[in-house]
Design a binder for this molecule. Structure first.
Ligand SMILES: Cc1cc2nc3c(=O)[nH]c(=O)nc-3n(C[C@H](O)[C@H](O)[C@H](O)COP(=O)(O)OP(=O)(O)OC[C@H]3O[C@@H](n4cnc5c(N)ncnc54)[C@H](O)[C@@H]3O)c2cc1C
Ligand SMILES: *[C@@H]1O[C@H](CO)[C@@H](O)[C@H](O)[C@H]1NC(C)=O
Ligand SMILES: *[C@@H]1O[C@H](CO)[C@@H](O)[C@H](O)[C@H]1NC(C)=O
Ligand SMILES: *[C@@H]1O[C@H](CO)[C@@H](O)[C@H](O)[C@H]1NC(C)=O
Length: 452
């Protein structure tokens, strides 16, 4: 009898472990999330595929002049604009073990950073694992597998495959979050979202309204203000921007309503407006994720996630990059290493109950501070502690504290002056320390045509 029981136990044990023996991993998207995951899984000899809907790797970093739909009728994914330079110093955007070229300026242009991503994919030889033009349509949990349905776009051939793990790296800066403002339909001017902003040229000598004061709102305001007649900036940010804005830059509170020729603001003032650019952020959008995932996905939150990435209800599904206010590239890279260590079996997750408790605690903290659930994705001042926790649990190399320190000083520099913060060079000395200098003309290749 005793012998019989022990055999039964062994069998049960093997069954529950089955997912970890030669696991098959599906990576959705070939942006930074997908490419870093591919590199690390490859290094561990784990079987994986990368499914990428577009013809290209690099995700949002690949500039595309077109807006709207592509030649296959799919929405253009990228939100990149022509004059973009990174809004973080290159030291905080470096992928693990792959230095950003020394000759790059402190805040590289988008072309430079895209070239860097392409060089990474080539160096780690991951392109052969990527199925381009393969759009993931459906991810469903059936018994103990993920059934992934995807389509080769040009031929419309559909496939369905079983996977043990799914890494969701489809990005979340693609689906515009439009505000719903009264009278918008009356307005005779143009309205776009920053997702579709490419160049300032159409705004030459025009009266332009920018809505929103997040990173895109600030950056695009300065880009457009270079050419526009006036730049009306409507927002409710409480941030104390000390930038010396030009005289044709006018700050306004939130919009009350549109009429045919312009906008009435909540303070009752009116401005005549030709064109509007909504820099009102993006929505989480995972149309392919079936409810069997056990997740609650709303436009502004994905819950419940452990460590900002593991689907607590089905812990073999991992979401990459769902952190706000962080060195996103570095965070993605650390998440890819954590995920690989998890799949490799280097560590095991806490029980579902423990993960849920930890998550519930962070929700309770938000609620008691009167903050919305969307803030569940905010890292901000918790960023360095997060890296510490990931390392402690999984054994991955720690993202050094110097990253967060640089980001903090850069944030200050942005508050001081959005025109000049990119003139600083941040040089990492060691894991804790860095120096900051002013970039000299000779050490920098200034981006031609940028507003900064
Ligand atoms: C305008 C802009 C400027 C930014 N500037 C900076 C910066 O200066 N510094 C910084 O650190 N971060 C910046 N970011 C953040 C940026 O999102 C990250 O740097 C990083 O590129 C995110 O990578 P990702 O792989 O998560 O997503 P993405 O780059 O969005 O890649 C997702 C990929 O998934 C694919 N995909 C989507 N759905 C499917 C599907 N159903 N099936 C198959 N494939 C799919 C997409 O085609 C895409 O290739 C910026 C973002 C934007 C939008
Ligand atoms: C829009 O509203 C403003 C302010 O009330 C007004 O001056 C302007 O004439 C209105 N435009 C039209 C076309 O009604
Ligand atoms: C997993 O552990 C092994 C042995 O300690 C280590 O060599 C490897 O780098 C780890 N993998 C990851 C992704 O952390
Ligand atoms: C900017 O572009 C102009 C014209 O294309 C060129 O003459 C000039 O040298 C460029 N400046 C820099 C700093 O690259």
């Amino acid at each position: 009898m005793i012998k019989y029981l022990s055999i039964l136990c062994v069998t049960l044990h093997l069954n529950t472990m089955a997912a970890n023996v030669n696991p098959r991993v599906c990576i959705i998207g070939a942006g930074i999330a997908g490419l870093t995951s591919a590199r690390y899984l490859k290094e561990e000899g784990i079987h994986f595929n990368v499914l990428e809907a577009t013809k290209y790797i690099g995700g949002t970093w690949r500039y595309e002049q077109r807006v709207g739909n592509d030649e296959y009728g799919l929405p253009i994914h990228t939100s990149m604009y022509k004059h973009l330079r990174t809004n973080l110093p290159k030291a905080t955007m470096e992928l693990h073990g792959f230095p950003i070229p020394k000759e790059y300026p402190s805040f590289p242009t988008r072309e430079m950073f895209y070239d860097y991503i392409k060089a990474y994919a080539k160096y780690y030889d991951v392109e052969k694992y990527i199925k381009l033009l393969h759009n993931v349509m459906h991810v469903r949990r059936v018994e103990n597998k993920w059934k992934v349905k995807y389509k080769h776009i040009p031929s419309e051939t559909e496939y369905e495959e079983d996977y043990d793990f799914v890494i969701v790296g489809s990005g979340h800066h693609s689906k515009p979050n439009y505000p719903n403002i009264e009278g918008e339909n009356l307005f005779k001017g143009t309205i776009i979202h920053s997702h579709d902003y490419r160049v300032p040229d159409p705004y030459k000598h025009r009266k332009v309204l920018i809505v929103g004061a997040g990173p895109s709102g600030m950056d695009i305001s300065l880009d457009v203000a270079e050419v526009s007649k006036t730049l009306v900036h409507s927002h409710h940010s409480k941030v104390n921007f000390r930038t010396p804005f030009p005289s044709h830059y006018i700050q306004k509170p939130d919009i009350k309503k549109f009429n045919e020729t312009g906008v009435i603001f909540v303070d009752g003032t009116f401005e005549e407006i030709d064109d509007v650019i909504y820099c009102t952020g993006y929505q989480y959008d995972y149309p392919f994720i079936h409810e069997s995932s056990g997740l609650t996905i709303s436009p502004h939150s994905v819950t419940p996630l452990y460590k900002y990435m593991v689907n607590i209800n089905q812990p073999s599904m991992i979401f990459m990059g769902l952190v706000v206010r962080a060195c996103l590239v570095v965070a993605l890279d650390a998440q890819a290493r954590y995920t690989t260590a998890l799949i490799k079996g280097n560590f095991t997750l806490p029980s579902q109950k423990e993960m849920l408790n930890e998550w519930q605690h962070s929700v309770d903290v938000l609620r008691s501070n009167g903050r919305p659930l969307s803030h569940i994705h905010l890292l901000a001042e918790k960023e360095d502690q997060y890296y510490e926790e990931l390392t402690k649990q999984s054994g991955i190399d720690r993202v050094p504290p110097v990253m967060f320190k640089i980001r903090a000083l850069d944030t200050q520099a942005k508050l001081d002056n959005l025109y000049t913060y990119r003139n600083y060079v941040y040089t990492v000395i060691d894991n804790e320390n860095f120096v900051r200098n002013l970039e000299t003309e000779s050490s920098s290749k200034k981006n031609n045509g940028t507003a900064i």
